[in-house]
Design a binder for this molecule. Structure first.
Ligand SMILES: N[C@@H](CCC(=O)N[C@@H](CS)C(=O)NCC(=O)O)C(=O)O
Length: 208
């Protein structure tokens, strides 16, 4: 059985929880308390020397990097509908996963970490830069989603889960773009049972 080391406030973690729960892949969650520095313990660094969640553990395999985990779960559990095998379609899913990681996740981290979690260490310049980057990304996603129901075609893929996780994180600081196609798509993805589970974990952690 998989163990996912994660934190409910981590949008990189939630995208993985969403896929596991959506596809009924047996797993257990191990919450890593980032505020208490558990991700810097020797035991955790042995799993991921980068000291970050999520990490998926399966026997001898300890796999970090959320999008690599998403791909691995699809490849190992025959979840072809979430990561289609047809080369041109898969390439577009990969393109959006990389877009998410390099552009949208970076903007999201800068904005949300510095607004909500950094406390005294908050970097206003990073927030401004993140907002500037986000403003360039929104029209790109809006245009894509005005052409098809999901970022790649007419069914959701792991790229949608990755992108959604960023937008739900941005919602924490009222920065989720609400252009028409993005809003329609956001509501659609938010209703997936795996996403309901992943987002519910954050809501529960917030209420605790
Ligand atoms: N590229 C990594 C990013 C993971 C990441 O930034 N995780 C954050 C939580 S959202 C973390 O563990 N931060 C703790 C730290 O960097 O000290 C991924 O996609 O998994």
């Amino acid at each position: 059985m998989y163990t996912l080391h994660m934190n409910p406030f981590s949008f990189f973690s939630r995208r993985v929880v969403a896929l596991l729960a959506q596809c009924d892949v047996p797993h257990e969650l191990q919450v890593v308390n980032l505020m208490a520095g558990e991700h810097r313990s020797d035991a955790f660094l042995a799993l991921n020397p980068n000291g970050q969640v999520p990490v998926l553990v399966d026997g001898d395999l300890a796999l970090a990097e959320s999008n690599a985990i998403l791909r691995h779960l699809c490849n190992s559990n025959a979840l072809g509908e979430w990561y289609p095998a047809e080369p041109d379609v898969r390439a577009k899913v990969d393109q959006w996963l990389d877009w998410t990681q390099v552009r949208l996740s970076a903007a999201t981290s800068s904005i949300v970490f510095n607004t909500l979690f950094a406390g005294d260490r908050a970097d206003d310049a990073a927030i401004a830069k993140g907002k500037e980057l986000l403003a360039t990304l929104t029209p790109i996603l809006e245009a894509a989603l005005s052409r098809s129901a999901y970022v790649v075609g007419q069914a959701p893929t792991i790229a949608d889960l990755a992108i959604f996780s960023c937008y739900s994180q941005l919602a924490l600081v009222q920065m989720r773009p609400d252009t028409p196609s993005i809003s329609r798509w956001y509501d659609d993805i938010a209703a997936l049972k795996g996403v309901v589970r992943a987002e519910g974990l954050m809501a529960d952690a917030m209420a605790a």
